[in-house]
Design a protein around this ligand. Structure first.
Ligand code: URQ
Ligand code: ZN
Ligand code: ZN
Length: 479
């Protein structure tokens, strides 16, 4: 299928220019003025619209088995919802249980993801440690295109990584040319605060944010950053929700340490008063970790994006419906943690970021696509409207208006954390692998069309270490 996107303004991270775009064979084959349509091409009139790299959401959990249930969104419906919102690639997570073989878990998630309708990749979580984990990390980098390893510093008694795991895995990541990423909350402190609150009789969702104060996040973010500093490895902090973790990142970056920070659309726009809502279902629908915070933290996070101290935006799309959240009806600790948003990330960021002047259009492209592509080493294949790049494109109508609601959502969750939000600016068309998969409100996707995207290691480390290993091999001395 070939597509001519005519009359639009191409907006990349570095520049905007009036140009037509031709996609053919899954790639962008031409970017220029007054291009003619190849014979049989689909022509999209992009007059008055912006032609941007498809969004990359570097943090989703489709059909995640978690806290005794399974997330309601699967890879087919979740990637479809992403396309409806202009996101053309997700990076999800393989999360082995403690003592579970990494390759077995990786194989399981690869099977689950085969039904995806758009491209995807996986961070692999390190939830335990022994020599087999060390070796499997190497196999995943060398043979399976994994260049990032996740560490949950929260979730004691489940998937929490202690300092021993962090230190071993961070060091191994450096050897392999991979980047460690962390969910930064002090799991021991959270566990204790949860217990104290519950024993005091605070059992409802209002206990959730009380048990996870921003100081717990700031401590863990700083600890992960300091471990990375000593081991001389880059580090990526996922879903920063507060001033304290941002301060840890900013300090390190100001000292030249290679630290990256991610922020969720939800943490920029939803505040913690929701946990005191009289309706349990509404409050529980917002239980995710780290929790939504007060406006003080939202303001700090916006400044983090504007200053460049936070580089990517994501959703942590991990959906649980009311019947699942009800598991914590009498004990907030049992409410499955997670909220949706993969369909709304770009439009809420455009409305509250670009329309308000907080972000330029180019900065919007950086934080919704290009930076994630560069950090996870798939740029310029992804994250750019340029000849030779994958034809993953969103045609953005800056005048279109909508009111966000589960009633019109494609994502499979019964509560939208942005419910009722009126926005201006959203996709008119989404192109994935050169196919028009979303046009004027209608999806036209194919189950299984999504591809697993290999993310190469940051070669210099890996190659150098391989050479070093060969040199170190004892050479048999001929007598
Ligand atoms: O912690 C995560 O990122 C996963 C388990 C999704 N849930 C959440 O509350 N963030
Ligand atoms: Zn997390
Ligand atoms: Zn997550």
């Amino acid at each position: 299928m070939s597509v001519l996107i005519k009359g639009g303004t191409v907006v990349n991270a570095e520049q905007s220019l009036r140009a037509d775009v031709i996609c053919d064979g899954g790639l962008i084959t031409a970017v220029g003025t007054d291009l003619d349509a190849p014979s049989g091409a689909t022509v999209i009139d992009a007059g008055g619209q912006y032609v941007m790299p498809g969004g990359i959401d570097p943090h989703t959990h489709m059909q995640l088995p978690f806290m005794g249930t399974v997330a309601s969104e699967d890879f087919e419906s979740g990637t479809s919802a992403g396309l409806a919102g202009g996101t053309t690639m997700i990076i999800d997570f393989v999360i082995p249980g403690p003592q579970q073989n990494l390759m077995e878990a990786y194989k399981q998630w690869r099977e689950w993801a085969e039904k995806s309708v758009s491209d995807y990749s996986f961070h692999v979580a390190i939830t335990w440690w022994d020599d087999s984990v060390h070796d499997d990390m190497g196999t995943l980098v060398r043979d399976h295109g994994v260049n990032s390893f996740k560490h949950f510093m929260a979730y004691k008694g489940a998937i929490m990584a202690d300092d021993e795991i962090l230190v071993n895995s961070f060091a191994r990541s450096l050897e392999l040319g991979a980047i460690p990423t962390v969910h930064a909350e002090n799991g021991e402190l959270v566990f204790r605060l949860q217990k104290e609150l519950f024993e005091k009789g605070i059992t409802g969702p209002e206990g959730h944010p009380l048990s996870r104060p921003p100081e717990c996040e700031g401590e863990a973010a700083n600890r992960a950053i300091r471990i990375a500093e000593v081991l001389k490895v880059p580090v990526y902090i996922v879903h920063n929700s507060c001033r304290q973790s941002l301060e840890a990142i900013t300090r390190a970056r100001n000292e030249g340490q290679r630290v990256f920070g991610e922020v969720l659309a939800g943490h920029l726009l939803v505040d913690d008063s929701i946990y005191r809502h009289k309706d349990f279902d509404v409050a529980a629908a917002h239980v995710m970790s780290p929790p939504f915070r007060s406006s003080e933290h939202q303001d700090a996070l916006w400044k983090g994006l504007q200053s460049g101290n936070l580089q990517t935006t994501a959703t942590d799309h991990c959906c649980f419906c009311a019947d699942q959240k009800a598991a914590g009806k009498d004990d907030f600790r049992l409410i499955p943690n997670g909220t949706g948003g993969v369909e709304n990330r770009m439009e809420v960021l455009w409305h509250h970021g670009v329309n308000t002047g907080k972000l330029t259009m180019n900065e919007f492209v950086k934080v919704t696509s290009t930076n994630a592509a560069q950090i996870f080493n798939i740029y310029p294949r992804k994250g750019s409207v340029a000849v030779g790049a994958d034809a993953d494109i969103v045609v953005w109508d800056p005048e279109a208006t909508k009111t966000i609601s589960t009633k019109t959502d494609h994502q499979k969750v019964d509560y939208n954390i942005f419910e009722g939000m009126e926005i201006t600016g959203c996709p008119s068309h989404t192109i994935s692998q050169g196919n028009v998969v979303y046009a004027n409100g209608k999806l036209d996707v194919e189950r299984g069309a999504g591809r697993y995207i290999d993310r190469p290691p940051f070669a210099p480390f890996y190659d150098a270490l391989q050479k070093q290993a060969q040199l170190a091999e004892p050479v048999a001395v001929k007598r």
